[in-house]
Design a protein around this ligand. Structure first.
Ligand code: UDP
Length: 406
């Protein structure tokens, strides 16, 4: 059901493309590097709509190129960048996110290209992986040092995975809270926040009356809780975002029945200018998350537009939101509904400044340059062997007569 509050997203899917303005890196000498950036194989870079990791990769590549680095981006077909783009598969795979077939194919092809570049005397200085799990597990199979950005929370089986394979790469966390939640034995090299080009987002001080929830339809992100909050507060709510494979039941049972086109509007997946306008005009962004939010790009996007964020203090939400300054931290739905009454007191310019100071792309690009140099220096140091995973001891089987294998 479409809302009259916002323009049709399909009318404006292209992102604003003003040249990137980067803050000068005061007095810091930047040595140009050859960087291979590995995006996931699912969605092109930049993403036409939903795609948090792809948006991060897009901006980071643009900033690294602008800072003089030679960047090759391995990404899904249809990707565009000021970096040199190499698509490795025949198609993007937005409907099979997480498929091991596509991920392993993508990574194996990237590793081949990286080896080939070295054979041709054009070795990469560093590989920066954003692609999931396969590349990290196989990081000791390429010669260049690998920097791996952890985009998800440490939960369930990922804990054991990072304990087993994390030492093969330089792990970068995207928030302090994510770094603090690292399991025993997992070494985080640095914290580098996800970037935003603040100047590309419109600052708006005069807001419309609606509340905004935007993200993927998943219970952890709390669209259903946002509906409850809006009902308690008696305010209209706009919901935006895709229903990904596997979440159709949640959407049909917990969201769709409440969408009435009057108080609750669902506008589907948005992108480009209409997404920016949606953020800029909202009275507040609601972030009723119930998981260890690793970062939460939508909060930073709202702040860049001068829109306060009202969040549950889960994971990075408690770092991004500074209670009383750029939004409010509340413990439950009733608290969120009460906070909506106070949100007019938050200064839009202060919200934007809180995003610019901490999350502008200049901050992230400088952070990654620091990590790249650490990774390269560590690899060059004599005596540092390539790390190997220790497997549990196996029972020795006596060799069969004639069996020469070791
Ligand atoms: N997004 C979008 N269109 C939508 C919904 C979301 O472009 O309809 C974008 C949103 O602007 C943000 C990203 O998808 O850049 C979601 O990133 P976030 O870190 O908030 O969530 P997650 O990566 O956990 O899904």
């Amino acid at each position: 059901m479409k809302s009259a509050l916002v323009p049709d997203p399909k009318l404006a899917m292209s992102a604003s493309c003003s040249p990137l303005r980067l803050l000068p890196s005061a007095g810091v000498r930047i040595e140009p590097l050859r960087v291979a950036v590995l995006a996931p194989p699912w969605i092109p870079v930049p993403p036409p709509g939903y795609g948090g990791i792809e948006a991060v990769v897009d901006l980071l590549c643009e900033a690294l190129v602008a800072r003089g680095h030679d960047v090759t981006l391995f990404a899904a077909p249809g990707s565009r960048s000021s970096a040199c783009v190499q698509a490795l598969l025949d198609a993007a795979h937005p409907d099979t996110i997480g498929s091991s077939l596509h991920e392993s194919d993508h990574v194996a092809c990237a590793w081949e290209q990286i080896d080939l570049a070295a054979e041709r005397g054009r070795a990469f200085d560093v590989v920066h992986d954003h692609s999931g799990f396969t590349a990290l597990a196989m990081s000791d199979r390429v010669d260049a040092p690998v920097v791996h950005t952890i985009h998800g929370p440490f939960a369930g089986e990922t804990v054991r995975f990072y304990q087993r394979h994390g030492r093969k790469a330089h792990l970068v966390a995207i928030s302090r809270s994510q770094a603090q939640s690292a399991p025993a034995g997992v070494r985080i090299s640095d914290v580098v926040p996800n970037p935003i080009a603040v100047e590309r987002w419109p600052l708006r001080c005069e807001k419309q009356g609606y509340l905004l929830w935007i993200g993927r339809m998943d219970p952890v992100k709390g669209a259903h809780r946002a509906i409850e909050v809006a009902r308690l507060a008696g305010r209209p709510l706009v919901l935006a975002g895709p229903v990904q494979a596997g979440q159709e039941d949640y959407f049909q049972k917990s969201i769709e029945p409440h969408v009435d086109g009057r108080w609750v509007h669902y506008i589907g997946e948005v992108g480009g200018t209409s997404k920016r306008e949606l953020f800029a005009n909202a009275a507040a962004l609601l972030m009723p998350v119930r998981w260890q939010e690793p970062f939460g790009m939508v909060m930073v996007e709202a702040l860049a537009c001068g829109t306060p964020v009202i969040a549950f203090p889960e994971g990075a939400a408690a770092e991004i939101v500074i209670d009383g300054q750029n939004g409010m931290l509340v413990s439950d739905e009733a608290g969120m509904a009460r906070a909506i009454g106070q949100v007019g007191r938050i200064d839009a310019a202060r919200c934007r400044a809180s995003a610019a100071e901490r999350y502008d792309v200049s901050v992230s690009a400088a952070g990654y340059e620091r990590v790249y140099h650490q990774a390269i220096d560590r690899r060059r140091r004599p005596g540092i062997l390539r790390p190997r995973v220790m497997l549990p001891e196996r029972r020795r089987v006596p060799a069969e007569p004639g069996n020469t294998s070791r």
